[in-house]
Design a protein around this ligand. Structure first.
Ligand SMILES: [Cu+2]
Length: 178
């Protein structure tokens, strides 16, 4: 049995409080939509959008070279699933995501400027730096460069905020700033 069609004059224009609340909701949607382009130009935590094509093999090789240059004897750590603290000089540094860890534990110095190259060797992961809540996608095949200058010493946890498998909730890393 089919549903009956509504009566031809079913629509009643909202009035009174209903009209007011719909107006407020639509107005707020417009404000939030305008905030997106506004923060893109005025925000201080935006990605520069600098991205290059890479492959998981090539990126892993660069990470291993970086790890070995700054923490000798750790070339094979990533492949073996072992993490390590790597004191990184200012300039190009690397962070790689894999089910279910972030490698390496970067040790940075406050006030220096770094170009953090991020990529994944398996699936899409989400780089979320706490507590400032900066969020970026980490996608295999892309080298996403974040330029950052840490301001204050501390230990900053990285969590994966893109569901990537059964161990997703254990995928945490950290950046140490001295
Ligand atoms: Cu994840």
């Amino acid at each position: 049995m089919s549903i009956h069609s509504p009566a031809a004059d079913w629509f009643k224009a909202p009035t009174g409080h209903e009209r007011l609340w719909i107006g407020l909701a639509v107005g707020w949607c417009i404000v939030l939509s305008l905030m997106m382009p506004y923060w893109h130009f005025k925000g201080k935590q935006n990605s520069s959008g600098e991205t290059y094509r890479t492959t998981p093999e090539e990126f892993q090789a660069r990470v291993e070279k970086f790890s070995e240059a700054n923490a000798p004897g750790t070339r094979d750590n990533f492949a073996e699933g072992l993490n390590v603290e790597v004191p990184a000089p200012p300039g190009d540094i690397y962070l790689i995501a894999k089910q279910y860890f972030w490698y390496p534990i970067l040790k940075l110095r406050a006030g220096e400027t770094y170009r953090v190259h991020m990529s994944s060797v398996d699936f899409q992961h989400g780089f979320s730096l706490q507590p400032m809540n900066m969020n970026f996608q980490v996608i295999p095949g892309y080298d996403h460069v974040l330029t950052l200058t840490p301001q204050a010493p501390g230990i900053y946890p990285i969590v994966c905020n893109e569901f990537c498998g059964v161990g997703h909730h254990t995928m945490v890393g950290k950046i140490i700033v001295e």
